[in-house]
Design a protein around this ligand. Structure first.
Ligand SMILES: Cc1cc2nc3c(=O)[nH]c(=O)nc-3n(C[C@H](O)[C@H](O)[C@H](O)COP(=O)(O)OP(=O)(O)OC[C@H]3O[C@@H](n4cnc5c(N)ncnc54)[C@H](O)[C@@H]3O)c2cc1C
Length: 289
């Protein structure tokens, strides 16, 4: 099913994000947890695409098994950085062959060892070009989602320009948006107003990242997201007690989700980090179990 249809028919859509394990780790380790994730009744599960396409085969395989073996609707992430048009078309063909109808279309990050990476040398420079290509090459085959950044993308020098670029992306053929992680729900609700002002009228689904450990500080610093002072204090308080930090992170994420849904968000996309137990606990706090 195309997720655009789901967003039309369902008031609030619950989705999980999982990532392919490293190549040396068997996929079965992940699949062992899939029945447990399924029992939590997500409307769909999305599967990330390794930086620079490193896990491209695994992304398609996992999405396919979610859909065709486990009967869970799936969305495959797809980044265009470093890919030729032919490579992108091959992935699109594989997805179509596996009956995957939903793509989160992204530019992707530069390779970690190439901070001065030149995006202009690739076939697609920005996500809007990839989206336009999918729409043109595979008309009607896919529902397309894209990423939105409440605090602006880390490369962007101006927030208003980042939002204009987002509008370009939506105009290229996006059905719904999923946001980057954030910890203050006011950022999300403010963003909805600003997006509406510039004519973005597709669903904007908040992406919620639970705090599992103190590494969140590095992750947010890298992606340009802020952490509210009360959360910094929480992380510092439990820095010598990982289990208490995990529990506090679960409590925070569960309450964040509840507030987003009560405030009218069209759903929630939970970055599960492949952690079934914590995901279950978060949904309990959010009143979704
Ligand atoms: C929900 C979500 C899921 C993600 N999943 C993955 C994943 O699976 N794999 C992965 O590798 N990464 C993933 N990412 C990270 C993402 O690839 C990076 O954030 C990447 O740097 C930007 O991708 P984008 O599609 O948002 O880029 P774009 O929308 O292309 O934007 C990138 C930057 O370019 C600017 N820009 C856009 N268009 C133009 C233009 N025409 N002219 C000038 N500037 C422009 C934007 O303002 C922004 O600063 C995900 C991010 C999110 C939020």
């Amino acid at each position: 099913m195309k997720l655009s249809q789901l967003f039309r028919n369902k008031k609030q859509v619950l989705s999980f994000e999982i990532f392919p394990p490293k190549p040396e780790v068997p996929l079965e380790n992940l699949f062992d947890s899939i029945p447990g994730f399924k029992a939590l009744s997500p409307d769909y599960i999305s599967v990330t695409y390794g930086a620079g396409g490193s896990s491209r085969g695994r992304t398609v395989e996992i999405a396919s098994r979610l859909k065709n073996t486990y009967g869970i609707e799936a969305m495959a992430h797809l980044t265009c950085v470093g890919h030729s048009v032919e490579q992108i078309d091959q992935v699109l063909e594989s997805l179509k062959h596996e009956n995957i109808e939903n793509i989160l279309a992204l530019r992707g990050d530069p390779p970690i060892d190439q901070p001065d990476f030149d995006f202009s040398k690739g076939a697609f420079r920005y996500a809007n070009e990839l989206i336009a290509h999918i729409r043109k090459a595979k008309e009607g085959d896919f529902c397309i989602a894209a990423a939105a950044y409440l605090e602006g993308h880390v490369d962007s020098k101006r927030l208003d320009e980042d939002r204009r670029r987002l509008k370009d992306k939506v105009d290229a053929g996006v059905d719904f948006l999923v946001t980057q992680l954030f910890f203050d729900n006011r950022l999300y609700f403010d963003f909805l107003d600003r997006a509406a002002q510039i004519g973005i009228d597709c669903p904007i689904v908040p992406g919620v990242m639970p705090i599992f450990n103190a590494r969140i500080k590095t992750m947010t610093a890298r992606s340009g997201c802020s952490i509210p002072a009360k959360l910094v204090l929480m992380i510092d308080k439990y820095q010598d007690n990982p289990e208490d930090l995990r529990k506090a992170g679960i409590e925070y994420a569960g309450k964040q989700i509840r507030e987003l849904l009560d405030g009218g968000a069209p759903g929630v996309h939970l970055y599960t980090m492949n952690r079934l137990k914590s995901t279950t606990e978060i949904l309990e706090v959010a009143g979704l179990r």
